[in-house]
Design a protein around this ligand. Sequence first.
Ligand SMILES: NC(=O)C1=CN([C@@H]2O[C@H](COP(=O)(O)OP(=O)(O)OC[C@H]3O[C@@H](n4cnc5c(N)ncnc54)[C@H](O)[C@@H]3O)[C@@H](O)[C@H]2O)C=CC1
Ligand SMILES: Nc1nc(O)c(N)c(N[C@@H]2O[C@H](COP(=O)(O)O)[C@@H](O)[C@H]2O)n1
Length: 221
Amino acid sequence: MHVVVNAAMSADGKLSTRERTQLAISGEPDFERVDRLRAESDAVAVGVGTVLADDPSLTVKSSSLRANRVDAGRAVNPARIVADSRARTPADAIVLDDAAETYVLVSEAAPVERRSALAERGATLVTAGEERVDLLRAFATLQDEGLEAVMVEGGGELIFSLFDTGLVDELSVFVGPQIVGGREAPTLADGEGFVEAFPTLSLSDVEQVGDGVVLTWTVDR
Ligand SMILES: NC(=O)C1=CN([C@@H]2O[C@H](COP(=O)(O)OP(=O)(O)OC[C@H]3O[C@@H](n4cnc5c(N)ncnc54)[C@H](O)[C@@H]3O)[C@@H](O)[C@H]2O)C=CC1
Ligand SMILES: Nc1nc(O)c(N)c(N[C@@H]2O[C@H](COP(=O)(O)O)[C@@H](O)[C@H]2O)n1
């Protein structure tokens, strides 16, 4: 499996505001790059915090990119993955619509009635971990399902955990020309934070996009 994390952050490293409201950090040229990344992927993953905050669709927006996927014998959209330890994804969340297959990763602690509600909406549930999703086990199951190229869009809690488990191969970040501030505002990697043995990165590309920049790194092994 190849895991790429892609996100947009402000110049001070924030993914959104302290109120967790969705923030337009990047603009149209970067959305097109993100759309291409989605179109190349077998699946697009987010944490349930992102679903609750943004209600994203995670679909490919360009009709020509969708057509290319179909011509190549792939589903029109990549699958969607939601890491959701307690099965908090709302039944009316857009990620549960029929635009793509959706996997919800839950823990043993997820209430049975919540799991049933998600299954009734067509989601495929993957259970791994007691209190929190065991990402290593869950991603191994997803790989068994044929998902090889996975793009992760956030948020900060999920991104930190993926680095913590050593699952990330590549990181690309649009760094935008604004300061958001706020100690409670989500950053690119939140969670508990590393105090030693920090994952290290090798820079592979730098591209200026307007007044922002897209930085791409590979994760050192
Ligand atoms: N600017 C950008 O590119 C993006 C910004 N965002 C922003 O990020 C914010 C949401 O981020 P967060 O609150 O950090 O939530 P998140 O999207 O990272 O989800 C965290 C949730 O994932 C679930 N989860 C399951 N297993 C987990 C594990 N092993 N490790 C970590 N989480 C696990 C938990 O239920 C946890 O509460 C929103 O404000 C959203 O707008 C989200 C995606 C991209
Ligand atoms: N690339 C990028 N730039 C921004 O400025 C952003 N705020 C985000 N956010 C991510 O995009 C998702 C929305 O996806 P849909 O348009 O609904 O398909 C959102 O949930 C974040 O993951 N990304």
